[in-house]
Design a protein around this ligand. Structure first.
Ligand code: F6R
Length: 241
């Protein structure tokens, strides 16, 4: 794994944006896999700045990792809303080239199949990932077994609690989500895993240097040939580099 440690989150954000923009410059119709959460916010700000400076995303296609079940795109806690707010509205990317699993789909199994079919037709060039405190990537939670393709997942209480900060009460935090599977994530040509803060240092150490186990889904990234790990000093503090 290629691990890079940055003094500041701003430097990390700029580096991640460099990688994504270099891909878009070299391949204007690149397929980007995107994440939500706190970690990518600065990266998306950088992408928006690069667009303002002249880089076009008009031919880019995006696939997001996940979406809550039961929240529609107008709900400000949905990932569809987050992506519009934090990124898509700031780029020139046509809306029909941006994809998220549909958490309001009537038939969720069919929705998972639809998403996988699209992903097979348009393989991801670079997948951006954040890292959950329990080692989840997307919403692939620690378990005795993991699913390969897109699937519905029951969120762990610890994940609901970590995300409760965005909702007005714990009851409002959805219990289910649709997520790309670890198998789909690992099919990306290149993966960028970004993690910041001392609170991520323990899981960073376990995921990158511990045994490969479904109980730490991010540890499966050790099997991928092109993973670039971007950390700030705090998140990297338990690694001997
Ligand atoms: C979000 C996602 C999650 C987050 C993870 C880290 O689309 O897939 O796996 O990347 O929960 O979240 P933050 O960045 O908020 O610490």
């Amino acid at each position: 794994m290629n691990i890079k440690v940055f003094d500041t989150k701003q430097e990390l954000d700029a580096y991640a944006a460099d990688l994504l923009c270099a891909k878009v410059a070299a391949k204007p119709n690149a397929v980007l896999g995107l994440a939500t959460g706190s970690t990518p916010i600065g990266i998306y700000k950088e992408l928006a700045a690069r667009h303002r400076a002249g880089l076009s995303f008009q031919q880019v296609t995006t696939y997001n990792l996940d979406e809550y079940v039961g929240l529609d795109a107008a709900n400000d806690q949905s990932y569809a809303y987050y992506m519009r707010d934090q990124l898509f509205s700031l780029l020139d990317i046509p809306a029909d080239q941006t994809h998220l699993p549909q958490g309001m789909a009537e038939d969720l199994d069919l929705e998972c199949e639809r998403y996988d079919t699209m992903l097979q037709a348009q393989p991801v060039d670079i997948q951006l990932l954040g890292l959950g405190h329990n080692g989840h990537i997307g919403f692939n939670e620690p378990d005795a077994k993991l699913s390969g393709g897109t699937h519905v997942v029951k969120l762990k209480e610890e994940t609901r609690e970590a995300n409760a900060r965005f909702f007005s009460s714990m009851d409002e935090v959805p219990r289910y989500a649709i997520t790309m599977g670890v198998g789909s994530i690992l099919k990306a040509d290149t993966i960028i895993l970004a993690a910041c803060g001392a609170d991520k240092s323990s899981i960073v150490e376990q995921a990158l240097t511990g045994p490969i186990t479904t109980e730490i889904p991010a540890s499966l990234l050790q099997t991928h040939p092109r993973v670039i790990v971007l950390l700030d000093r705090e998140a990297a503090q338990r690694l001997t580099l």
